[in-house]
Write a protein that binds this ligand. Sequence first.
Ligand SMILES: Cc1ncc(COP(=O)(O)O)c(C=O)c1O
Length: 362
Amino acid sequence: MTDWKDPPRLFIPGPVKVDGDVLEQLARPTLGHRGKEYAQLQGETVEMLKRILFTKQNVFLSTSSASGIWEAAIRNCLAPGETLLATGCGAFSDKWGDVARMCGADVDELKVDWGQPILPELIDEKLATGKYAAITLVHNETSTGLTNPVVEISEMTKAKYPDVLVFVDTVSGMVGLPLKFDELGWDVAFASVQKAFAIPPGFAVAAVSNRALEKSKGVPNRGYYFNFELWAKSAEKNQTLVTPNVQHIMALNYQCHKLVNEGMENVWKRHAQMGEFVRGWAKENFELFCDEKYASNTLTTIKNTRGINVAETIAAIQQKHNTIFGNGYGKLKEATFRIAHMGDITMDDLKELLGWIDEEIG
Ligand SMILES: Cc1ncc(COP(=O)(O)O)c(C=O)c1O
């Protein structure tokens, strides 16, 4: 059993290590969510999130994990008769296409092999047909450790297809990777907080463009819990539609203060340094799973070129050092392993972990 006074240090790509000062926020006494003090907490948190995401549009808080916003984007912003282009380059982006279909959407897929990026020209070719009202895109594919060229994609979509809505899963990208929502021209972008916000799981943040919100008002059967229009009405009063996880918002507020004080350019730089460090080790000892040009600065997926027993190595390090790193995801389980370097993970943490892996694999 886990000793709660000495929790394991998590280097899996979510949930990641949560520091004690953040955990303390979750133990604060709760507040009535229709009271003044709560409204102040939500208002301040959302204002900071707008600075963190570089947006003057809507930022919503959702008591759900990020998968809820997968559904919300589709159910709010895709009208009957419209077709979605779902791009897929790994487990999570592929899944979003499946989820869109489960929501009743008409979906065409644009898939590349796992480890390959979604290039702007691939999207361009599809959108040139004029068939699509919206696309889904993953910013950072957590299964393959790949960051898609989202700036290039967004420049292309903004210039050539300004009417196509762009929905972006930035679950393992937000905070760790550069993201300027308004400049990118995205319509929905979201993350759960167990990644680079370094908060325990169970809560999500979503940015929604004004035009997506307006469009949603004419879309039927959006449901209640994830209804953007109802969210926006509540947000005007600095409230959420339903009883939120107040403690999560306390922890989010606390983490946002730290991010705003550090400055996002510095936060992104810190993640880039950690990414470079882990990639250096990976290249010396193994190989990167994807082309370094697209390798993520929030996690590294490493090709198991030495045929180590990934499960046994993870178990040995857990037993000796109370520290856990990630195996490969899905079909890549033993073929790769993954190390998170995001949130409150530090360079010293990484040096320690990589030293222990060195000792274990000899
Ligand atoms: C890229 C990506 N999208 C979506 C999800 C699903 O997020 P959640 O488990 O918070 O619903 C994950 C989870 O790891 C992810 O990495």
